[in-house]
Design a protein around this ligand. Structure first.
Ligand code: ZN
Length: 215
């Protein structure tokens, strides 16, 4: 496949490091190496950035990896893999920053259920989009919270397709909701995506939980 041209926007190494280790987990080392080579990213094979806060990989490197995963595993297969990877990335972030996250959780505790969800999501989505001119706006409808992300790093430069591709973001949001709601599951849909030609990527999060893992 054609590697996506550099965007000039970079991720902190820590994020790229945790994305690559998570995919090593989800795809296996051989699977990840195949996807990296297919994406034209051989320089990252067995050579991940350190987990520091310096700026390293370009947005286009990561979106090239996601494109490669979709071409190798198909639309449905990659949807499942990328959602799972997104959830795991948040779990590993939570483990890595356990004291900070525990503190944050205590701050959320006194809030109402709906406020907790809103604040928790704002925190996670801001963390995801703090670099590269990404902008986030959000609003509420009667039964959903809507987030819109412009200049989305996840689908940066992806070839135009007829379906949404930012499944990793949806997975991260699902896991964030599970965390702030203490074990509940919510439906998260990507209802617009820049890869489809939309002006932003939009995520619709239903306010009503679907399943409780504690039930
Ligand atoms: Zn998208």
């Amino acid at each position: 496949m054609q590697r996506i041209e550099k965007s000039g926007f970079q991720y902190p190494n820590l994020i790229v490091n945790s994305i690559l280790f998570t995919f090593e987990d989800v795809l296996g080392l051989n699977g990840l190496n195949t996807a990296l080579k297919f994406a034209g990213l051989s320089e990252l094979v067995n050579n991940y950035p350190d987990s520091n806060l310096e700026f390293g990989a370009d947005f286009a490197d990561i979106s090239s990896l996601f494109q490669s995963i979709e071409e190798i595993y198909g639309i449905r297969g990659s949807h499942a893999l990328l959602t799972r990877a997104g959830r795991r990335i948040l779990v590993s972030y939570r483990d890595k920053f356990a004291p900070l996250m525990t503190f944050y959780n205590l701050e959320l505790k006194p809030l109402s259920h709906e406020e907790r969800i809103k604040h928790g999501l704002d925190y996670i989505i801001k963390m995801l989009t703090q670099t590269g001119n990404q902008e986030v706006s959000s609003f509420d409808t009667k039964d959903a919270i809507i987030y819109q992300i412009t200049n989305c790093s996840i689908c940066f430069g992806r070839p135009k397709v007829d379906h949404a591709v930012c499944h990793m973001t949806a997975g991260i949001i699902q896991e964030a909701l599970n965390w702030v709601s203490e074990g509940k599951e919510y439906q998260v849909l990507e209802t617009a995506c820049m890869a489809k030609g939309d002006p932003y990527c939009e995520f619709r999060i239903s306010k009503e939980s679907v399943i409780s893992s504690k039930a």
